[in-house]
Design a protein around this ligand. Structure first.
Ligand SMILES: [Zn+2]
Ligand SMILES: [Zn+2]
Length: 285
């Protein structure tokens, strides 16, 4: 069943796993046809619905697996878009995560009060991932149609190549490598700036000191500011952007879903950690 994989390094709590699923392990991401069918429909419009946005706030987006899967499906399959790349770019993803980054930053910046004793509760979803929910539905016999009758098996094979996602991760790794959650990064093993933690690892350390809450909030706003330029660069009239903006969505995903996938795609696991560049050694001179 999807969304329930437990992998190496997936630190979990029963409470969190019940709502959101475990972190994506450091390894390949292989999507099922049903996941791609649901996510491809999701990319095509559900997300623009206001009530869906509210639901997505309460669940803080999707579970880690489906957060990355959502980005992968859009980046791999969406071939034609505005802006200099012209396609294979995370446009819907950045719109959703601008909203969620602001939602979490606002929550973390709130003052403690009688009504809100624990502002860092904003890091914990109060609803399930809707893709997990949909894939968990009892099997419905008969033909299930993809979006606009698309051939979902072919789309799944295409999405699972991860070609464009890998390219994005490799192009930006020099910028995000030092911003990876220290608890997600086997090369650091928890030592590092706690304000870089992803929301899962932050939520394990609740209650957070007030100054840490505000530092995380300002980091999220800084990512969001860059991501807004990236979103606009993917429209007809937006200015083109540079690497700092290009890396913003990967940082946002890393915060919400952990860093397993980009670390797997863009760094050399055994030999490179903790070196950011992942430069291969021993190649002939
Ligand atoms: Zn899910
Ligand atoms: Zn983490």
């Amino acid at each position: 069943m999807t969304g329930q994989r437990n992998g190496a390094g997936a630190a979990g709590t029963p409470q969190r796993d019940r709502l959101t699923g475990p972190l994506v392990p450091l390894g390949p991401l292989e999507l099922s046809v049903e996941e791609v069918r649901l996510l491809w429909s999701f990319v095509h419009g559900d997300i623009m619905d206001a009530s869906m946005r509210r639901l997505l706030r309460s669940s803080l987006g999707l579970c880690p697996r489906h957060t990355w899967a959502y980005a992968v499906v859009e980046v791999e399959l969406w071939q034609v878009g505005a802006g200099s790349r012209g396609g294979h770019q995370p446009f819907d993803v950045t719109i959703l995560y601008e909203d969620l980054l602001e939602h979490v930053a606002d929550g973390l910046d709130r003052k403690r009060s009688l009504l809100r004793l624990h502002p860092d509760d904003v890091l914990v979803p109060v609803g399930p991932c809707r893709i997990c929910l949909d894939t968990g539905l009892p099997h419905v016999p008969g033909l299930r149609m993809g979006y606009a009758n698309s051939n979902t098996e072919a789309l799944t094979a295409e999405a699972n190549t991860l070609i464009h996602t890998t390219t994005w991760c490799l192009e930006t790794v020099g910028l995000w490598r030092d911003r990876v959650c220290p608890d997600c990064d086997p090369g650091v093993r928890g030592a590092g700036d706690p304000s870089l933690r992803c929301r899962f690892h932050l939520s394990q350390h609740r209650p957070l000191p007030e100054d840490l809450r505000h530092r995380v909030a300002s980091r999220l706003r800084e990512i969001r500011a860059r991501m807004r330029h990236l979103t606009s660069s993917m429209t007809d009239y937006g200015a083109s952007v540079g690497a700092a903006e290009d890396t913003s969505w990967i940082e946002a995903m890393g915060f919400f879903a952990g860093w397993g996938l980009p670390l797997y795609l863009a760094t050399t696991v055994e030999s490179a950690w903790p070196e950011p560049e992942g430069r291969a050694r021993g190649i002939g001179d």
